[in-house]
Design a binder for this molecule. Structure first.
Ligand code: KG4
Length: 339
């Protein structure tokens, strides 16, 4: 056995625990919270309560699935932020209690760094499919849209980011306007596969450097539907797949235009995707196509590591363990933790 790390993630609405042996995953358990579906978004109060219910069984299952005894664990890594304060408090308090009771060092992890490091999770010791440094990572989730220059496991620099909404928010908010349930991203993805992506055009922002903006798209989408519904009250029902395909294409165009420019300017040809929106089939396809066109080596995480999970927290914890980057029991979660 190498170094055994227990990872805990509770930043938003997924309670997750994972066990790693060095860089190799032994288990990763996630309890999703379906309670939010009825509200069209995550309700923080309900999320913290569900974490409270889920955390003990999830950690117990992760340890059992890993086939280890808890006495074999060398350190506990947990998400310090960014995220919802009530949710973060549950994971942080659990990690502190577990570390104290078992006399283990405690490692705090930035949730966004962890999304990037999901590319280093090995399914077995021979797994060599990891990006080389430096690489560019497009991190796209419900709360973030960033282009990150990754210099080493623990050295990262944001070179571009959204100035308002994130790409996932654009998917979710536009889906809501169409009357689709939360989270809208996966549903738009599914419907888009049957639609014509050139059926409708939506406005694209003109933002400086490698930064993004999605609030204008959301507004233009809202006005477009409002105008069409005045002419035909069944417009959305009759054109749902084409609307989804056209919207998805616009979001992908916006994301990829900046990524292509950043890759050209930096000369970096190792390009990765991360975050919840990287599950999008159109985005994955576009990255592959652009990779062939620009001679990039591309990296797309497995579906299970795109959304929030503790495996990415544990692998980040492992790299910090190697550098003795531990924190004391006085540590607190931080909802707006800087990158
Ligand atoms: O990283 P993540 O799980 O959570 C946080 O943002 O914390 O990302 C969730 C976001 C949601 O906005 C969801 O709609 C989006 O990822 N998403 C997708 C797809 N799967 C998840 N967006 C587009 N296509 C998908 N297939």
């Amino acid at each position: 056995m190498g170094t055994i790390i227990l990872g805990i993630e509770s930043s938003c609405d997924d309670t997750s625990a994972a066990v790693f042996n060095d860089e190799v995953i032994l288990s990763n358990c996630v309890a999703n919270q379906h309670v939010h579906e009825a509200y069209g978004g995550v309700v923080p109060e309900l999320a913290s309560r569900a974490h409270q219910q889920n955390i003990i069984p999830v950690v117990e299952k992760a340890i059992n699935d890993a086939g280890i005894d808890k006495s074999e664990i060398n350190a506990v890594a947990f998400t310090r932020g960014p995220g919802l304060m009530g949710s973060l408090l549950v994971g942080t308090s659990f990690a502190k209690g577990f570390a104290l009771a078992n006399e283990l060092p405690l490692i705090e992890v930035n949730h966004l760094h962890a999304h990037v490091l999901a590319h280093f999770i090995k399914e077995d010791v021979d797994d060599q499919d990891q990006p080389e440094f430096p690489f560019l990572c497009l991190l796209v989730s419900g709360g973030n849209s960033q282009i990150i220059k990754v210099k080493s496991h623990l050295e990262m620099e944001i070179i571009g980011q959204t100035i308002d909404d994130a790409a996932g928010e654009a998917f979710d908010k536009c889906a809501k306007v169409m009357g689709l349930p939360y989270p809208g991203g996966p549903l738009i993805d599914k419907l888009a596969t049957e639609g014509n992506e050139d059926a409708f055009t939506f406005s694209k922002p003109r933002i400086a450097e490698y930064n993004y903006s999605f609030s204008g798209l959301k507004t233009s989408f809202l006005y477009f539907l409002r105008d069409q519904l005045k002419i035909n009250p069944n417009f959305i029902e009759e054109n749902k797949v084409d609307i989804c395909a056209s919207l998805q294409k616009t979001i992908i165009d916006i994301l990829m235009d900046k990524l292509v420019t950043a890759a050209k300017d930096t000369g970096i040809k190792q390009i990765a995707l991360a975050g919840g929106v990287s599950a999008n089939s159109g985005l994955r396809q576009r990255l592959n196509d652009l990779g062939k066109l620009n001679n990039w080596v591309t990296y797309i995480p497995k579906f299970s590591y795109t959304t929030d999970n503790a495996a990415m927290i544990a692998i980040n914890g492992y790299y910090k363990f190697l550098k003795n980057e531990f924190v004391g029991q006085e540590t607190t979660p931080f909802a707006r933790l800087e990158f």
